[in-house]
Design a protein around this ligand. Structure first.
Ligand code: NAP
Length: 484
């Protein structure tokens, strides 16, 4: 690397994007970096979520770093534990693990006299020129406000805090929620429990997707010829972007119609009992909520052990769930698959910008960030998978790789001495936000449903354009949008 200003980096979070940031910074010649991780292992969401049936519904060969293909994925959509092991292995092999400070959560981060001063829960202090917040999107559980919740007599936990000591075999299990998480849990447990009661507030469209294992011959072929793997990844990326990611941002697109047809056919063909079929039929367009993908949910919900309850929940009692019709559903274990607070981002960490303004103040109503990467007044502070970015059905790895390549170009301006501080202008951020909100109104996410994509005003807090446009934006920072 050419001579320049030596920079120190603090990366917050050792999940998929934090590990990526460390690898890319080291590849760009930056060796002075520390990752702060609140837990005792890397892996982010894949460490946190251990519920039965967990898998990624993005194809495994796409949900891998482009530079670290994995010929050994067991399935087209591999289970969570395998994904966690992949991130741990990559972190180890790329020399990231020794740079991680485990069990020490950054609680405060303030830009003072040209540098970021960090403070951890354990009282450790650090200073860095650049902070990369890789803290994830969906990690603050959203707990339902249901009367009597704490009175439940059996084990009761959120899906992301799975209690592996709770006995399930032969017990009566209740699950609240019908999002991607619940739809994975139901098939994994339905034939282990005595009875599974699924409490559905809103029905979901389900895109059918079989999940075959890769054969040993296929894995051997991937190992022999890495070019095959690279081609497979590129094809999956294109298929995903064109057939899916680009469709959902245009509610009127023919691809969107195809997705809707597939979901409708799945419901008609898979559910035989007309009454159950109608209970499972959503009253909104497919993909309005983040689309749920499953090979076996409909099969599982028709299992003799399963019951779908669509009556609203009145309250929770020590013995079970009482619905509004007065019926008590007796349960031994209650799982809250009720989703996440998607607007929290780096919080509860307190971040203070150059003028002492806090991110909590700036984000009091809702979070914003220029291109979802950086916030005016917070110099040299970059977010991966930050607010209003491409989430949902995109591969967040591809998203983070593109964002990191963009951030590296800004870092290079700092290293070369061209400037000491960089953050987006208020003007560029406001313009981005206005354009984003306008485009978001044309997406399928605004066609009449409630979902975690929608902000407090009902505007989707996501990237509302095509994946190609995202790629173009990430190719090169626009000079006029950044000040230093
Ligand atoms: P979610 O999609 O937000 O679903 C939460 C569910 O809980 C909804 O069915 C919701 O009903 C219900 N709910 C919430 N509060 C309730 C209450 N008070 N009473 C009754 N029902 C209540 O959460 P999630 O399933 O955990 O998924 C979140 C996101 O995580 C997904 O959209 C996806 O992006 C990601 N994820 C990905 C994968 C993957 O394979 N890649 C797997 C799991 C999760 P309403 O619909 O009526 O609000």
């Amino acid at each position: 690397m050419a001579a320049g200003r030596p920079l120190r980096f603090a990366i917050i979070g050792a999940g998929m994007s934090g590990i990526l940031a460390a690898i890319e910074l080291r590849r760009a010649g930056h060796s002075d970096l520390t990752l702060y991780e609140k837990a005792d292992r890397p892996g982010g969401t894949w460490r946190e979520n251990t519920y039965p049936g967990i898998a990624c519904d993005v194809p495994s060969h796409l949900y891998s770093y482009s530079f670290a293909p994995n010929p050994d994925w067991s399935h087209h959509f591999s289970p969570g534990a395998e994904i966690e092991a992949y991130f741990e292995r990559v972190a180890r092999e790329y020399g990231v693990t020794p740079r991680i400070r485990f069990g020490d959560e950054v609680v405060r981060c303030a830009f003072e006299a040209g540098r970021w001063r960090l403070e951890t829960r354990g009282g450790h202090r650090d200073a860095a020129d650049v902070v990369i917040a890789a803290t994830g999107v969906l990690h603050h559980p959203s707990l339902p406000e249901i009367e009597g919740l704490s009175s439940f007599g059996g084990a009761c936990f959120h899906s992301t805090r799975w209690d592996h000591d709770a006995t399930l075999d032969g017990r009566r299990l209740g699950i609240v929620g019908t999002g991607s998480t619940a739809v994975q849990i139901v098939p994994a447990l339905v034939d282990r429990v005595a009875k599974l009661t699924l409490f559905q507030r809103t029905a979901q469209w389900i895109l059918p997707q079989e999940n075959p294992e890769y054969t040993e011959a296929e894995k051997a072929a991937f190992r022999r010829d890495p070019a095959t793997l690279a081609r497979l990844r590129a094809n999956l990326s294109q298929l995903f972007a064109q057939g899916f990611a680009n469709a959902v941002v245009d509610a009127a697109s023919p691809q969107m119609k195809m997705i809707e047809d597939l979901c409708r056919q799945n419901l008609e063909r898979s559910v035989t009992d007309p009454e159950l079929r109608e209970k499972l039929r959503p009253a909104y367009r497919a993909a309005c909520k983040r689309l749920v993908i499953s090979p076996d949910f409909y099969r599982a919900i028709q299992h003799p052990n399963a019951e779908l309850v669509t009556e609203g929940i009145e309250r929770i009692e020590p013995e079970g769930v009482r619905t509004r019709d007065g019926h008590l559903h007796p349960l031994d274990v209650l799982v809250l698959a009720t989703g996440f607070r998607a607007d929290r981002f780096v919080r509860p960490m307190h971040v203070f910008g150059a003028q002492g303004e806090s991110l909590d103040e700036r984000w009091a109503k809702r979070p914003d960030a220029y291109l979802s990467i950086s916030v005016p007044g917070f110099p040299n502070f970059f977010l991966l998978n930050g607010p209003n970015g491409p989430v949902g059905n995109f591969s967040l790895i591809e998203v983070a790789e593109l964002q990191m390549a963009y951030i590296l170009q800004l870092v290079e301006r700092l290293r070369s001495g061209e400037c000491r501080e960089l953050c987006p202008t208020e003007e560029a951020t406001a313009r981005f936000e206005t354009d984003r909100e306008e485009a978001a109104r044309r997406t399928v996410w605004t066609t009449g449903c409630r979902s975690w994509y929608l902000d407090d005003r009902g505007i989707p807090a996501v990237w509302p354009w095509t994946f190609d446009r995202f790629r173009e934006e990430m190719a090169r920072p626009k000079r006029e949008a950044w000040e230093g």
